[in-house]
Design a protein. Sequence first.
Length: 163
Amino acid sequence: MGNAEAYTALVRRHLPAIEVYARRMLTDNTMAEDVAQDVMVAMWERAASFNPEKARLTTWLHRIAHNRCIDIIRKDRPTTDADELEFVDESAGESKLGDDVSVDIALKLLPESQRTALVLTYYQSLPNKEVSAIMGISTRAVESLLCRARAGLRQQIEAQQCP
C-alpha cells in the first residue's frame, strides 16, 4: 500500500509540470495530456531503473517527456503555418489572445531543439545543467541553443507585428 501512496504523491507533485512542458512543446492539449499520463505510467513501470545518483527525479521525468514529445513532433511534423496553430493556456487549457499568441506562434516555429531548450529553461525553470541532461547534450550546447532560440523568437515576433 505504501508504494501506491508514494506513487500518488509523486504524480500529484510532478504531473502538472510535465503537462505544462508537453503543452509548450506540442501546442496541443490532448496530446500533452497523453504524454503526461504516459510519463506517469513510465514512472510506475520503470521505477526500479531510476538512479537518484545519476539524475534528480524531475530531470528523469522531463527526459521521458522530452523523448515522447520529440517522437510526436518528428512523426507528425505539424504544420508551421501560423494560421493553423493551436495555442494553449496552462491554466485554462483554452486559446490565448494577445501578445501570448505571438510568443506561442514564434515558439512553435522554432526548431525543436531550440524550442526544447527554451521551454525547459524559461517555462520549466530548470538550470542549464538539468536541461543538458534531459536533452542529452552539453551545457555549452544548451547555452548556444538558448542564444539562437531567443534571437529566433525575437525575429519571429517582430515579423508577426509588421503588416
